[in-house]
Design a protein around this ligand. Structure first.
Ligand code: F1P
Length: 373
């Protein structure tokens, strides 16, 4: 893109330091994210009345959820959750699709709510998509982000801004999980106050998960056995599998992909061998079918890791991360993230990469005024 002007979002570039001396913002941000989840719950609580008014007065027919990169994958995780919880058709798309091909993603009629997810609130294609949507649609706009006083906040009817999610690292980790908690809490607060209050357990559950399984993530991330990684997730977990894949790919430059569980059999499993790590983000709904896929990949030589709320038998997987939350699937998606983020972080360090400043990437893609995208 000849006139694209990439903006460093004031990030400190630690790659100038010798590898052993780099202090990584990314690790600190991964380890401190549970505290930011508490802040997200408090923001949703303070905005509850405004959220309810937006929902009840908006005569919402559909829900569109959009973002870019990590926040597009967050949209993929949020849209099915909103459809399931709020009983409206919900669809996720990259902001560039909403901007460039609106007739292929915006319903021809009705009164859609547009949920705009953006850590910075400054990504040009997200802003332009929002501006175009407001010009042509009569639907309200809800923004979920980490910065106040941005263009996206200005274009939104309501903004859920969690400043505690802000990061020094280019890579989204704490911001991603914090915005996910805000989205899940917003849905819960609209349909079931008990479910919203039950989410107060998430920060403590996250702290316990990190302290219990940090070593597993480091061991697998540093293992020389693996030269390819596959993240499998279905239903509410597919978007999270895509984000786990992006963390591995952008931080460590590894061969890595995400698939729906059963889709993996239809071709991509041809890549599976003894140097493969297959990570399964288990659901409750399709647990048996998902475990069958993992057993097959193990038989092909892969090492398998299961992340689930309830434990599996040792015959089902080589390693497992259990949340033991007892929370419904729609409230606990964030618990999959910290260990997956740590896996990508330790792989990056093992590969001699600087996770704070991934190769070729910047914190925000800001295009010059008047430029084409
Ligand atoms: C969107 C985004 C990030 C990505 C990178 C470049 O930013 O694609 O998801 O990790 O930082 O920008 P935002 O709109 O969520 O601020």
């Amino acid at each position: 893109m000849d006139n694209r002007k990439l903006m460093q979002d004031g990030k400190s570039n630690t790659s100038d330091l010798p590898p052993g001396k780099q202090s990584h913002h990314t690790l600190k941000e991964i380890l401190t994210q549970p505290a930011a989840w508490q802040a997200a719950l408090e923001v949703v609580q303070t905005k509850h009345t405004a959220l309810r008014n937006l929902w009840e007065e908006g005569q919402i027919s559909d829900i569109l959820v959009t973002g870019c990169g990590s926040t597009y994958y967050l949209s993929l995780a949020v849209a099915p959750l909103l459809q399931q919880q709020l009983g409206r058709r919900a669809r996720a798309m990259p902001a560039s699709e909403l901007l460039l091909f609106p007739e292929t993603v915006v319903p021809p009629d009705g009164h859609p709510l547009l949920v705009i997810i953006s850590r910075s609130g400054r990504t040009t294609e997200t802003i332009r998509a929002t501006q175009a949507y407001k010009t042509h649609q009569k639907g309200p706009v809800l923004h979920i982000g980490c910065y106040e006083e941005t263009e996206l906040v200005a274009h939104s009817d309501l903004a859920l801004v969690i400043q505690a999610g802000q990061e020094e690292s280019v890579v989204q980790t704490r911001s991603f999980s914090t915005m996910l908690v805000a989205a899940q809490a917003a849905a819960a607060s609209l349909v079931d106050e008990h479910r919203f209050w039950a989410m107060q357990q998430l920060p403590a559950l996250g702290e316990h998960l990190i302290s219990t399984h940090h070593d597993l993530a480091r061991r697998l991330g540093q293992s020389p056995r693996f030269d390819r990684f596959y993240f499998l997730g279905s239903g509410l977990q597919y978007g999270l599998a895509c984000e786990a894949n992006l963390k591995m790919k952008e931080m460590s430059l590894s061969v890595s992909e995400a698939f729906h569980f059963l889709e993996f059999r239809h071709g991509p499993m041809s890549m599976v061998n003894e140097r493969t790590l297959v990570v399964g983000l288990l659901s409750e709904t399709a647990r048996a079918e998902e475990l069958a896929v993992l057993r097959e990949m193990r038989a092909l030589g892969a090492q398998t890791v299961v992340l689930a709320d309830q434990p599996v038998s040792e015959q089902e997987a080589d390693e497992q991360v259990c949340f033991h939350s007892g929370l419904p699937e729609c409230s606990r998606a964030v618990l999959y993230l910290p260990i997956l983020q740590l896996l990508g972080y330790y792989r990056a360090v093992a590969n001699g990469q600087n996770p704070d400043q991934p190769h070729n990437l910047t914190a925000v893609i800001v295009l010059e005024a008047g430029s084409s995208v």
